[in-house]
Design a protein around this ligand. Sequence first.
Ligand code: SF4
Length: 212
Amino acid sequence: MDAPTRKFRQMNAERLIKQLNKRRMHGSYAETVEEARSQVLDLIQGPCSVIRCGSESVGSLGLWKDIAALPGVELIDPYVPGLTPAGGDERRRRGLTADVMVTSCNAVTLDGTGNRVSGMIFGPKKVILLVGMNKVVSDLESAMDRIRDFAAPMNNLRLNALNPAHEPPCTQDGRCHRCSSPQKICNAWTIIEGQRDEGRIHVVLVGESLGY
Ligand code: SF4
């Protein structure tokens, strides 16, 4: 990363962390993925249970293995090879009451934060979001455009590479067709504007590009 890009991302992260703090969320900045990895591991203090979520940002850092090895941590993993779909769903349900959720989101705006799953809203006592600065956009409209025009098609292409039978329309041409396919992955949209419990959500912003 060149110096101007580094400076730009750091300044944007500082603005964003101030906005998060006003909304009773915490944030920190890591210039590199290695710093981000340490920050996430430091935020998880056993004894506790941690739910593994399908996040390319977290998975690409190989963090799940490190989290599972932390003292006193029980990793609830719905992605264990050989687990049936019903078995995976059972663990996901259990994960809604885990102590800690580690995941990412598809977009963060400079005046709020947006995205993914019910557990971010209620359930886990602590939610750690690992977010590359490539996902920071200026406003909600840009966040929604980013999700439809980039994050969802890219995640669908990732899933298609793992399972060629997963082929919602955007896997054919890279464009969102506002589909109602049974394989649609962008069914639920969540906008998180704040937290009642101070610090329940901690956003680790990463200066490097991470995930889709
Ligand atoms: S709505 Fe359908 S076509 Fe559009 S991104 Fe989502 S899955 Fe792809």
